[in-house]
Design a protein around this ligand. Structure first.
Ligand code: SIN
Length: 521
């Protein structure tokens, strides 16, 4: 197989000074055209321009990206199609701002971040509505995402004031060994559409707390959430140039290259697919930048005979169908031991039959559409492939006949090990069940993948809980729970699921440890 070109890779369905900072700036941006945004309490949160050095700006050549609502296929508005020239300007603005932001006290940054967190909480309904409109997820889930997203800002504000150094006993007399933590500098941040808000704050929170400045490339599908957040950060007092946003779609390969190769940039943080993570890491390697890559997953979800089946069903619903199956920690392969297989399959189907799939802003909707029609085609192709190899459809199985990119929540049983979905992340509402007999057999199946982000299993045998948790080749394990995501955990993978950790320990990825020997005592 030929290695895809960078343009092909980026088009894959992916799943981004008054004393010194108190000066008020006259900042405005044009409004989006869509009436969908008119229901916002504060419609000035909708920005339709990029943000560089504290100014809302258009693309130099006037190019635009059309953003659509996946529930209706209708246009929501446009943002600029920026390119390399705007990216260079954003990097230079971040570099200029770093000279002062990097020297602020941790307490100063903490206080601004607390204001930012409070603004996210006060504007929760509007921010959630924007998420639902551009990503499609149900409004209640979008509210949950805003809470999750704000928690990164709150938690990293607390981290900012705990970036301790250390004193290390010295081998020589008259010398003292000390380390200090310093911000790395300008950080490039590239984010996905599946969490239009939380994937930005997970990175920007760490960067701001550490004293870094940033250039963000939000995804073209969901730029409005990113721009609304940046407006709130600005209102909270984040100074000009500390956060810059470059929106792009067609020019993404060149923009990403600049963000990864420009010598001024000292770190790249990305969440998205494994092929793109490899490409960006290669670019960043030219100047040996620090990288954090949160890449694809192919999570195993295992139910043992001794599991609490109620817990396992609820875990599967949360883990498999969160975001309509579009999270990189979603269960992709569900292995159920033979003694409980039939009961688990039929009870899971009963629960899934109760889902209300629809426009995320309609009351009662539990699950929204997929992000676009390419995603629908991929889910369908995984189902067709598994069925052609012997799997059976228990519920769902096809696209819903209505406008928007809706797919019926689907359960397949008797999925053979040769099915494509065992090696490729589906990123959709497809629960694929496979029967197994022994612990040894299922560990082998679970680890038979190049990915290693998350894994889940249900068992009430304490010995097995330890054994299996240690044996799964993943960065994060959920035992007797399908929900692991929080700001406070070391989020990240092993194998081809990524490099580095976000959340807990995440701030150290944005700081350098400097050693200082104090001699002549
Ligand atoms: C992701 O899907 O990339 C992140 C999921 C999470 O934070 O729970």
């Amino acid at each position: 197989m030929r290695f895809p070109t960078s343009t092909q890779l980026f088009s894959l369905p992916l799943r981004s000074t008054k004393p010194p900072f108190l000066r008020a700036s006259l900042v405005y941006s044009r409004m989006a055209s869509s009436s969908a945004f008119q229901a916002l309490k504060d419609s000035s949160l909708i920005k339709t321009q990029g943000f560089i050095d504290g100014k809302w700006i258009d693309a130099k050549d006037g190019g635009k990206i059309i953003v659509t609502n996946p529930s209706t296929d209708e246009e929501l508005g446009t943002v600029p199609e920026m390119g390399v020239a705007e990216t260079k300007e954003a990097i230079e603005a971040a570099s200029k701002a770093f000279k002062s932001w990097g020297k602020t006290t941790a307490k100063y940054r903490h206080d601004i971040m607390v204001k930012f967190f409070n603004l996210m909480t006060e504007n929760a309904d509007d921010l959630a509505r924007i998420i639902t409109l551009e990503n499609g997820k149900a409004f209640a889930e979008a509210k949950g995402e805003n809470t999750y997203s704000a928690s990164f800002i709150e938690w990293f504000a607390e981290e900012a004031v705990r970036t301790y150094g250390e004193h290390i006993p010295c081998a020589f007399p008259g010398v003292r060994n000390v380390t200090i933590q310093q911000p790395v500098g300008v950080v490039s941040i590239l984010t996905p559409w599946n969490f239009p808000s939380a994937m930005i704050t997970r990175k920007v929170g760490a960067a701001l707390a550490a004293g870094c400045t940033t250039v963000i490339k939000p995804p073209p599908e969901t730029p409005f959430s990113a721009l609304a957040l940046i407006e709130l950060a600005r209102r909270a007092g984040v100074p000009d140039g500390v956060i810059n946003v470059v929106t792009t779609q067609k020019n993404v390969s060149e923009v990403a290259k600049e963000m990864c190769e420009n010598k001024i940039v000292k770190k790249v943080s990305f969440t998205g697919s494994t092929p793109v993570a490899k490409l960006l890491t290669g670019m960043a390697a030219q100047t040996l930048k620090k990288v954090s890559m949160e890449a694809g997953g192919n999570a195993p979800f295992i139910v043992f005979d001794d599991a609490d089946i109620d817990q396992a069903i609820e875990g599967a619903i949360a883990c498999k169908f969160r975001g309509t199956g579009q999270t990189c920690v979603c269960a992709n392969r569900i292995y159920v031991q033979s003694g409980v297989y039939a009961e688990f399959a039929s009870r899971l189907a009963d629960r899934v039959a109760q889902f209300k799939v629809g426009d995320g802003l309609t009351d009662g909707t539990t699950h929204g559409p997929l992000i676009h029609h390419r995603a629908v085609e991929k889910v369908q192709s995984h189902i067709n492939d598994a069925v052609s190899k012997g799997a059976q459809v228990l519920i769902g199985g096809s696209k819903l006949p209505r406008p928007g990119s809706f797919f019926a929540p689907t359960i397949l049983s008797d999925v053979p090990s040769t099915a494509l979905l065992n090696t490729e992340e589906t990123f959709g509402p497809l629960a694929a069940l496979t029967k197994f007999e022994t612990e040894e057999e299922v560990i082998k199946l679970a680890n038979d993948t190049d990915y290693g982000l998350a894994g889940y299993f249900f068992s009430r045998d304490i010995g097995r809980v330890w054994r299996v948790a240690e044996a799964l080749e993943v960065g994060m394990v959920g035992t007797n729970t399908g929900m692991i995501s929080q700001a406070q955990i070391p989020f990240g993978g092993v194998k081809e699921s990524g490099l580095g950790r976000e959340g807990a320990h995440g701030i150290s990825e944005y700081m350098n440890t400097k050693f200082i020997a104090f001699g002549g005592l």
